[in-house]
Design a protein around this ligand. Structure first.
Ligand code: IVH
Length: 749
């Protein structure tokens, strides 16, 4: 194939490449079933690109190569909409929806009959108009003022779900309208990317979609994960008859390859509309893109024509809006709240605004990094978001409305509650009050956390009572709750005789708890409910937890020893004779461990100087930076747990609580009294098919047994799964009973 001469062969090849690429695009973007790797796809794409470069006369507007974006524009050209792009009237209540239906019935002079509607989610993006000539996408435009929009054809071409040519389209002009948007996950990812590049972050998916679509450089648009859904027709000039209903029109669009909403539904009357609205509103959070209401449209296109328009909106459609999740208001000031662990959280004080179905006057700003990332100043008009049950947050500022005297938000140098210095560490975003338990705010939060439902669950001990107890110095640490007397409680405001009794009973009842709840209640920084449970299951006892050193969680291993060498070492150590004397260990190791350097042998012996320790090593213990032994506890959290128990004050408090009578019968759940394994000590080793090791531990502990980490003469039995390794050898040599997964089931039943 030479130079510029176009041969039938070249044409065929180009057509074949285009067909294949279109097919793979669909498999990948619409069906989620790619048939080729990205690299294979790239090969096809590049071949097409180079052929088109060689034979420019064969370039067509629907070629998949046009999706990568075109050369940047100076500005957008204007496009006159031959049929105006309208907006919609809104309804905000069931009454307004019914009024809409009644107006339609009156106009159509329908006395009894019902009107059929089609419902579609109202997508929160940017309206666009697409023109196809003889089935080929030729022009796309924004809405603009409804009559004149901007030509954004190159940008629209980059949207993968927008077909560049229609399937089996009739000759002539087909104009459709739809919404370009970005889904929630793609929005988060885009913002994370923008933040990493120090680029502007978008306040919401709508702005991200609009901003991406209106870029003069469409090659940047091509990198933004935009989607499109088509919901209406524009001016259509074809010989074929048009569908008779909106519903059939959607089916027609879909058959031509245009994406329509998979939530659209035909509804027999207006009462069905309210039901549809309620259902979609309830499931709003689970949709992967944002919607701000439901659009109801009269299904019959003839009825639509009969109804016509009022000013800018059709009479035959209505947008029944969801309660707004975002609103703008003034940022009056910023206070800093001190949390349980001393973390300072900036909180925005706002001019009260109705958003997400409630009045909001405070909203979190998370931390100072967020404040600077969002570029918010005191005095700004800010966008406040309250979605579902999520706590309200400030998402950004409307910079165009910033007053001249807007003030920067600064971190105080001293704790606003106890005046201790505020410490900002470099590796974490949070600033902390250094006052610790002496800070009244931290103390108050610790107490609140301790009594909370998921912790010790002390009913009736609300914030107001805790504040009074603190003020009167009746309580300063959690264990003080258990020393309270009825007379003391009666001194408090709002506590009558009966409620004092109830409170004392609740405090007393909380003593009977679970280890998981107790660990959670201690308020170890970062340790949430789930991790607390994992710790309880893993250790089975508070003493074991408080004694565990940092290395226990995150075995740091021997520097330089990877997984493969670590497994070889563990295997070899299984043949280490149990009677090897400590002074002969070095010799034995040097002679038997092949491929291990003398310095590594020394490091191994330094850490594990005893024969039985070496025999019981696991791969994770030797491998440098092994995996955490407790699920969910990484290096940071391990450090926080160890620090917590290293504090004498904390140890004293744990003891005081236990002395006061706090107790638990099992790691996670109060057991049913089955203590059939009490007094037994088990060791677990290897992999199991039906249960995780944590689950086996929990089940044994629940029946009163103890689970330890290494086999000794005291071990009742070794619970042995696949590939058990050195522990199995040890158990065999000591004559300890060995229980496999089948026998375990018997033991637990
Ligand atoms: S129909 C003549 N259907 O909402 C009717 N609009 O507030 C034209 N929108 O400008 C609109 N989802 O940007 C229609 N399923 C949907 C929609 C929808 C979102 C947008 C559209 C319109 C705005 C009106």
């Amino acid at each position: 194939m030479d130079g510029t001469e176009v041969t039938p062969e070249v044409k065929r090849r180009i057509k074949k490449l285009r067909d294949e690429i279109v097919h793979h695009n669909r498999q990948y973007h619409e069906l989620d079933q790619p048939e080729v790797t990205d690299a294979e796809y790239d090969v096809l794409f590049r071949e097409l690109q180079s052929l088109e470069k060689q034979y420019p006369s064969l370039i067509t507007p629907d070629s998949p190569t046009s999706r990568v974006g075109a050369a940047p524009l100076e500005k957008f050209a204007k496009v006159e909409h031959r049929q105006a792009m309208l907006s919609l009237d809104n309804a905000f209540s069931e009454k307004e929806l019914n009024d809409f239906n009644q107006r339609i019935k009156d106009r159509l002079k329908l006395k009894v009959a019902t009107v059929e509607y089609v419902a579609e989610p109202k997508l929160d993006g940017l309206a666009v108009s697409l023109v196809y000539e003889d089935g080929v996408f030729v022009q796309g435009a924004t809405r603009g003022d409804g009559n004149t929009g901007e030509d954004i054809t190159p940008n629209l071409r980059t949207i993968k779900s927008l077909p560049l040519s229609l399937k089996d389209a009739p000759d002539g002009r087909i104009e459709v309208r739809g919404e370009v948007f970005i889904d929630k996950a793609a929005f988060e990812a885009l913002n994370a990317h923008q933040a990493r590049q120090n680029d502007k972050v978008f306040v919401n998916p709508r702005n991200a979609a609009a901003g991406s679509l209106r870029l003069l450089d469409s090659s940047i648009t091509a990198q933004r994960p935009l989607r499109i859904i088509i919901y209406a027709m524009g001016l259509i000039e074809i010989d074929d008859a048009l569908p008779e209903t909106h519903w059939d029109m959607l089916q027609w669009f879909s058959a031509m390859g245009l994406p329509v909403s998979d939530q659209a539904q035909k509804l027999s009357d207006i009462s069905q509309c309210q039901k549809y609205y309620d259902r979609i509103l309830a499931g709003r959070e689970s949709l992967d893109y944002e919607i701000d209401g439901i659009v109801f449209k009269v299904n019959s296109l003839q009825q639509q024509i009969d109804l016509g328009f009022v000013s800018r909106a059709p009479r035959w459609a209505v947008a029944y809006k969801f309660p707004a999740e975002e609103a703008t208001t003034l940022l009056l000031s910023v206070d800093f709240q001190v949390g349980r662990t001393g973390a300072l959280t900036p909180v925005a004080r706002l001019e009260p605004v109705f958003v997400g179905g409630a009045m909001v006057s405070n909203a979190t700003l998370h931390n100072m990094d967020e404040v600077s990332r969002k570029g918010i100043y005191i005095g700004d008009t800010v966008i406040v978001r309250r979605a579902g049950d999520v706590i309200p947050e400030v998402v950004g500022a409307v910079t165009s409305k910033r007053p001249a005297d807007a003030a920067e938000i600064t971190l105080p140098a001293e704790c606003p509650v106890c005046a201790s210095p505020v410490i900002v560490s470099e590796d974490v975003a949070v600033a902390k009050c250094s006052g610790g338990f002496n800070c009244n705010a931290q103390r108050r939060e610790v107490l609140k956390h301790f009594v909370s439902r998921r912790a010790m669950n002390i009913d009736g001990l609300g914030e107001k009572i805790i504040d009074q107890l603190l003020e009167r110095k009746m309580v300063s640490r959690p264990s003080d709750f258990y020393q309270l007397t009825k007379d003391q409680l009666l001194e408090l405001d709002l506590v009558a005789d009966k409620s004092a009794d109830n409170l004392l009973n609740a405090i007393d009842a909380s003593k009977q708890t679970t280890l998981g709840r107790f660990i959670f209640a201690l308020g170890i920084p970062e340790v949430g409910e789930t991790t607390a449970k994992q710790l309880a299951i893993h250790f089975g006892a508070i003493d074991a937890l408080s004694a565990a050193p940092y290395d226990y969680y995150v075995p740091t291993g021997i520097p330089g020893i990877g997984k493969t060498r670590a497994s070889r070492i563990v295997e070899t150590l299984e043949s280490l004779p149990g009677d090897t004397k400590p002074e002969s260990l070095k010799e034995w190791l040097s002679g038997n461990l092949t491929g291990v350097k003398p310095a590594e042998v020394d490091a191994l012996l330094l850490r594990y100087p005893e024969t039985h320790q070496l025999q019981n090593l696991s791969v994770a213990e030797i491998q440098s930076k092994g995996e955490s032994r407790v699920e969910g506890v990484g290096q940071t959290m391990a450090g926080l747990i160890v620090d917590f128990f290293a504090s004498a004050d904390n140890q004293k408090e744990v003891n005081a609580l236990i002395e006061a009578g706090v107790q638990w019968e099992s790691a996670t759940v109060p057991n049913d009294g089955d203590e059939s394994l009490a007094g037994n000590i088990y060791v677990i080793s290897g992999k199991f098919t039906d249960m995780s090791r944590d689950q086996i531990t929990a089940a044994l502990v629940e029946k009163g047994a103890k689970v330890t980490g290494s086999v000794s003469k005291k071990t009742t039995a070794l619970i042995c799964g696949e590939a058990a390794g050195s522990k199995l050898a040890k158990a065999q040599s000591l004559g300890v009973e060995i229980i496999d997964e089948n026998a375990l089931a018997g033991l637990l039943n």
